[in-house]
Design a protein around this ligand. Sequence first.
Ligand SMILES: Cc1cc2nc3c(=O)[nH]c(=O)nc-3n(C[C@H](O)[C@H](O)[C@H](O)COP(=O)(O)O)c2cc1C
Ligand code: SF4
Length: 198
Amino acid sequence: MADECIEGGNVASDAAAIAVAFAAEGFDFLSLSRGGKFDDARQPRVGEAAYPYTGRSGYECMPSYYSDQRGPFGRNAAASRLVREAISAAGFNTPVISGGGIHGFAQAEDWLADGIADIVSIARQALADPDWFRKVRAGAGETIRLCRYTNYCEALDQRHREVTCELWDREGLADPTVTRSKDGKRRLIAPPSASPAE
Ligand SMILES: Cc1cc2nc3c(=O)[nH]c(=O)nc-3n(C[C@H](O)[C@H](O)[C@H](O)COP(=O)(O)O)c2cc1C
Ligand code: SF4
């Protein structure tokens, strides 16, 4: 966690100290997300489990398009940079993976060029279009299904239902070979994309 984003929790400077200790122990890499804590999760209804993406720290981890002035994208950048710089200043080169609100290739590239991370991680955009990486590499950006950041997928996860994406989970349901969710209403695997030339 580059920042726990909870009252009294670890902030980026604490994360940096922890990261240096991990680097000194020889960790192969450090992967940094932020927030998403149970500590500030909404009180669950009777019979339900607490879900760690329902409080402020949840928003910080998985921001939706409802946002504040900072906007939903790249909120983990400053903390990740601090952690990576601390590792480097301590004489280690342990690779840092960082993500959170990475929505496009240019932004990912900026994070790498700018020293925020050695590797960029992507969750929702990769669910929205599992072929994102291939399409970007092939220069077929216009064919990418762009994540809407509505957190439809997160709402399914919260209810312990199979996680799918709103952009494709109703497509091609007439095809009897499509693997469906338990309720039969959604496809579980994204439909194949037209294969971009690589
Ligand atoms: C449906 C869903 C489930 C997730 N479950 C977990 C989890 O169990 N543990 C975890 O550390 N992060 C979990 N995450 C958070 C992601 O790892 C990531 O930190 C977050 O989505 C921000 O990245 P993104 O903006 O690229 O989606 C989940 C994200 C999604 C969308
Ligand atoms: S359901 Fe799909 S489009 Fe919606 S937030 Fe999740 S990954 Fe993005």
